[in-house]
Write a protein that binds this ligand. Sequence first.
Ligand SMILES: NC(=O)c1ccc[n+]([C@@H]2O[C@H](COP(=O)([O-])OP(=O)(O)OC[C@H]3O[C@@H](n4cnc5c(N)ncnc54)[C@H](OP(=O)(O)O)[C@@H]3O)[C@@H](O)[C@H]2O)c1
Length: 326
Amino acid sequence: MSKSMMKAVKSVVGQKLVLHDLEKPAPGPGQVLIKVAAAGVNRPDLIQRAGRYPPPPGAPETLGLEVSGTIEATGPDVTQWKPGDQVCALLPGGGYAEHALAHAGSVMPVPESLSLVEAAGLPETVLTVWNNVFEMSRLKSGETFLVHGGASGIGTTAIQMAAAWGAKVYATAGTEQKCRLCEKLGATKGINYKTEDFAAVMQAEGGVDLILDMVGAPYFDRNLTILKDLGRLAYIAFLQGSKVEGDLTRLMLKRLTVTGSTLRIRTDDYKAKLAQGVVTHVWPMIAQGRFRPLIDQIFPLKEADAAHARMESGDHAGKIILQVAR
Ligand SMILES: NC(=O)c1ccc[n+]([C@@H]2O[C@H](COP(=O)([O-])OP(=O)(O)OC[C@H]3O[C@@H](n4cnc5c(N)ncnc54)[C@H](OP(=O)(O)O)[C@@H]3O)[C@@H](O)[C@H]2O)c1
């Protein structure tokens, strides 16, 4: 029997991203096959492409951590999804392709008010923010929240979700324009980290209850300085270094919690629990118009290389999306 083939993006360290033909995957137990409409581009894709973030065991080599599309087939024991359902999904990899496999528990319905293109930009960022800010660090309504990298895919999501939750939100970003964007999305103040000391600004504002950080080393001690009693500091990346130096006295006197996590290596069961939490708590924010994914630019799948160049430039704000089918 002849194999069914599909187009997917081929990633080789140091080479341009190009399309190649791959065998179309078939869903095994617990899996669904999605006919991909669009795929989200995330910073971890660029790091994987550079050879510094290998896919976990069993994950496809093809880049791509999130897609939207239509269920085409389901594995033998999958009962919650059926062919024709419009969905978005978190993937262990393989999203930059015409078809992708997802674990059934990592699949979510497309929120009613969103297009498939918008929905493609939700799973990776929303689950990461939900996990770190809401589940692990327990952001409460009325608390003060600071997100570094406020104009990123993660940042634009975190600002909107935290503001909708009733938190007072602050964000750092690298240009005045990006700072104003953060404010438009719900931040009380966008802080230009190139011209202002975020720690001085936040001290003047009375301190912070919770910080979501992707910058790492250079901000560690300043983060500890501005946290209030029982403050929390959550790491999802360390774009500028992971080896930190700081004064532990602050940790002890203020009873601070420093934590962090990475989503991709978590079990399918854990991701399924997160997805349920997101559908219960975040999808209503979208339905009520209090959160909408911010799309920076849409590229056709065959222009994945240009999409990565856009993210590499740092000029983007919000999510970059690959359109796979119309
Ligand atoms: N742990 C996890 O599970 C997980 C999951 C998804 C993503 N991530 C990580 O989260 C980060 C964001 O991902 P993304 O896809 O949203 O990428 P992105 O849009 O490229 O965001 C990177 C951001 O970093 C900001 N940044 C760089 N240096 C900064 C500094 N000194 N101060 C403040 N902000 C600074 C940039 O801000 P400006 O452009 O304003 O300079 C940019 O907005 C990435 O590092 C990614 O690896 C982690």
